[in-house]
Design a protein around this ligand. Structure first.
Ligand SMILES: [Zn+2]
Length: 305
């Protein structure tokens, strides 16, 4: 069953569109080289899906759980820990205490999606801080700009995955368990929705107007978890639409409306994360950074180990 999770969320087109639309909405108070890199950022949307080849086994094996999280399997863990290793420890403790299908709590089955997202977000914010320092010192920024563009595009992949409700659930590809509404149990809904339907019926222009100006996030991790949960709350909508033929052929208006809103939600969260990384990269950091004078660290940032 784990193998089925290897489905590529949003397919090549959806990922490319989500990144491109977010890049084109970059506001005037953000670095304009990012907006000018919209083509490269769009190209990077599907990048982690290019890391699934068996010819690079270690990469494929390590990164596949980054694309999803089965939120139903961690409903007992609230709030989710903020660090990857605390999350892993909690899952292994749960597994050890479970007799019925304990392997359902293996991290690679539960998924690590919010952790990779916040890790790439951290890389982006760190690179933006370097960019600010180089600019302040009147030094060239071309090299760090390349890093920033890569991190921004890479981040977009996971943020987009999370707007696809079937990347947040045990119901990722065919209904399992009690099924009073008679949803499909066939293993086709995932790819039909995110790849076939989108490729045939939707373009970036269809959802770009739904994406608004960026907003600063107060707590990127907590806000991202709320975004994942909101996506998870829409899992049954996907199944209802499928049952009504919404994703077959040209689909239905309801399916178009639903799908464009999910794609827009992905672009919006990506844009908000870029914006927040940019603004927060100006905050003082703990004094371990040799490039910074000693300054009181914000209490929300843990000191380095
Ligand atoms: Zn993915």
């Amino acid at each position: 069953m784990f193998q089925n999770h290897a489905a590529v969320a949003w397919g090549n087109e959806g990922h490319t569109y989500i990144n491109r639309v977010a890049a084109e909405k970059i506001s005037a108070d953000m670095p304009q080289f990012l907006r000018e890199a919209a083509g490269e950022i769009a190209y990077l949307g599907p990048e982690p899906d290019r890391w699934r080849s068996p010819s690079e086994f270690a990469l494929k094996n390590a990164q596949e759980p980054d694309h999803f999280i089965d939120l139903e399997r961690v409903s007992w863990l609230d709030p989710l820990p903020r660090g990857r290793y605390e999350f892993l420890r909690k899952l292994y403790e749960k597994r050890a205490a479970t007799t019925d299908h304990p392997d359902d709590y293996l991290p690679e089955r539960v998924g690590l999606q919010p952790y990779i997202t916040m890790e790439v977000y951290g890389r982006l914010k760190s690179a933006l801080r370097e960019y600010r320092q180089l600019r302040a010192a009147f030094k060239p920024t071309d090299d760090v700009q390349q890093a920033i563009i890569f991190y921004a595009g890479w981040l977009g992949h996971y943020v987009a995955d999370a707007s696809q409700p079937l990347h947040t659930t045990i119901q990722y590809n065919g209904w399992v368990g009690p099924n009073p509404n008679g949803y499909t149990t066939e293993h086709h809904i995932h790819g039909q929705f995110e790849s076939d339907y989108v490729r045939a019926n939707i373009t970036a222009r269809d959802f770009a107007p739904l994406v608004k100006a960026p907003e600063r996030l107060n707590d990127p991790f907590a806000d991202y978890i709320a975004y994942l949960k909101s996506s998870n709350s829409l899992v049954e909508n996907v199944y209802r639409l499928e049952k009504a033929g919404g994703f077959t052929g040209k689909g239905t208006p309801a399916a178009f409306e639903f799908t464009t809103r999910r794609l827009a939600a992905g672009s919006q969260m990506l844009l908000n994360l870029w914006y927040t990384a940019w603004l927060d990269s100006a905050l003082p950091v703990p004094e371990h950074s040799p490039a910074r004078p000693a300054a009181p660290p914000p209490t929300t940032i843990a000191p380095p180990k």
